[in-house]
Ligand binder design. Sequence first.
Ligand SMILES: CC(C)(COP(=O)(O)OP(=O)(O)OC[C@H]1O[C@@H](n2cnc3c(N)ncnc32)[C@H](O)[C@@H]1OP(=O)(O)O)[C@@H](O)C(=O)NCCC(=O)NCCS
Length: 194
Amino acid sequence: MIDIRTVSSQDLPSIAGMHMRLFEGDYSTSLGYDFVKNYYYGILLDGRLGFGLMAYEGDSPAGFIFGAYDHEKIKRLKLLPQAMRTFLCLITRPRQNYPWLKLFFKAKRSFVSPFKAELVSLCVKNEFQGRGIGRLLIRAFKDRLRSMQIRGCWTKTYSPEAARLYESEGFLEKQGFDFIGRSYRFYVWENKNG
Ligand SMILES: CC(C)(COP(=O)(O)OP(=O)(O)OC[C@H]1O[C@@H](n2cnc3c(N)ncnc32)[C@H](O)[C@@H]1OP(=O)(O)O)[C@@H](O)C(=O)NCCC(=O)NCCS
């Protein structure tokens, strides 16, 4: 039986551990475990900035999904952590991360404005994959956005499995770009009842 709960600060070590294993090679993991725990996810636990949902089987964490709001008011609050994240990306691996960030912000600017949240990450532990948990997390995420009357969200992924899952959950592919041997795709989902 899978139970979906709102993430609390006690979940952060397990979330950062999963992130470091399952997103190996992504720019975010180059920032290190502590940064991922405290800034990539930790700041989103401030209810004004975002939220996280965690799937549990009994007491075992199985996966998580995180969202970041994108209201005008919130943008100002996020400015500092975002600037820190970008700065750390640039000093840790400048050659890889500078072109990546440039492409990322360019692609994002072209479609993100009408959408009000970012699906930051979705992750299910290997041993729990293929059992419908990823889909459950996306549905709970969409329910949360609907309950807050948020118009929709956007996300990106380089995983073909995740892309298929997003498409089957009504996300539309917007744009993509190739970077260091990986094809990143951007998706948007619109809350039709919002
Ligand atoms: C992508 C991910 C979240 C999917 O989670 P999951 O719990 O295994 O997915 P589900 O069991 O809910 O499967 C949903 C659908 O995805 C597809 N899918 C999931 N894993 C798959 C795999 N390994 N191979 C093929 N299809 C797969 C299936 O088509 C499935 O559809 P179905 O319900 O019609 O069978 C998980 O594989 C993961 O965490 N991967 C590593 C991190 C990642 O890439 N995250 C996404 C990018 S932000």
